[in-house]
Ligand binder design. Sequence first.
Ligand code: TYM
Length: 439
Amino acid sequence: MNVRVLTGIKPSGTPHLGNYVGAIRPTVRASRESGIDSYLFLADYHALISTHDPARVQRSTLEIAATWIACGLDPERVTFYRQSDIPEIPELTWLLACVCGKGLLNRAHAYKAAVDKNTAEGRDPDDGVTMGLFMYPVLMAADILMFNAHRVPVGRDQIQHIEMARDLASSFNHLYGPHFTLPEAVIDEQVATLPGLDGRKMSKSYDNVIPLFAPREQLRRLIMGIVTDSRAPGEPKATDGSAVFQLYQAFATAEETAAFARDFAAGIAWSEAKERLFERIDREIAPMRATYDELMAHPARVEAMLRAGAAKARAEATPFMARLRAAVGLRPLDTLATMVTAMGTATSWGTATASTAPAKAAPPVFKQYREADGRFYFKLTDAKGHVLLQSTGFDSPKDAGQAVARLKAEGWAACADLHGAVTAAAEADKIEAALARLR
Ligand code: TYM
């Protein structure tokens, strides 16, 4: 199976060098390797959290889509789409929200930063915090888990979000079986977080960005405006903490960077250092500018690419979502015919966790029920109703459900620790065959 690489960018402003270095460039490179399936998208639902300006969202969507293509993305080779064209993503967001502890989201950096700022300024802690901001990590987890991505190339600021996606995937898998791959963040160690004009992280929210496709003269002007210390020409300069140096490093080879560091130690003038930085960045960006400008002048072409990408993405998302819906119990009611059988004096407390196959296929069935002793049981029966497994009583329906989910996911032999919770069992191979069939 190919490695699945997925990443997204919010269309909430003009793409900048930080987006390019942190996400676009590594992802485009990876998308050209063999054995990689890439999923790249415009996170426009996420953009609605930070901007309420419809024209800006639309314009930025075009700019970021054109950027991906200008930076070398081949939409035929990858799956390139707009988040809001995939209705399965918000649907999955809800399923994940239902297994997500509120405490997990309370610890999200962006939410905590908003709360801390409000508190420091004497306002209500949640002043101005929308549910969109609070739920941001859940929507992002849905983006990633929808396509079972293995790797997610992002800037350092996003690591916590990927960890949360892993947490949500584990919680869901634990409850409903192994549906999701646990994703990993991929960070370009050399780059870390790219600083902006004022030395803080380059970010639309700090208004300190260098637009990726700024015309050449504007690019030079912006670079000349980067904040530095006041050391004069001839005075040695520290590379640590220098935005000029960090930006250079993100574009240059190791040898070029080492030479630049030597020039810092030898007291290069800031104006010359900035000129070198400008030339180095422009050398990489200039060849892509023409494609960008061409696409910006023809939005219909970009729209057609995104629609084709959405169709490709939904060909996977729609059947996967159907499987997830069935897993959580959002199932057609006619499948109940295969599950409900007489239970004597038992009190039925829920439907079985059987597959959603039609009745005529007569699959094996797990039945979960509550006995008069108040405890929760399950049994596995074959197509003819013969009992293959009968459990002892569990304290809660959740415990019984988790045992069933594990048996379904892992098989009988792999769940040796559950054998003690079973009072009757048919031959192991019959049980394994039934469980395999349910899977
Ligand atoms: P966004 O649009 O804020 O940033 C897009 C990507 O650019 C990286 N980045 C940076 N990298 C280095 N230095 C910087 N100064 C800098 N600024 C931004 C970000 O780390 C990010 O990788 N939440 C995401 C969008 C998203 C997403 C996803 C990403 C939504 N769903 C699923 C991956 C997987 C974001 O902040 O985008």
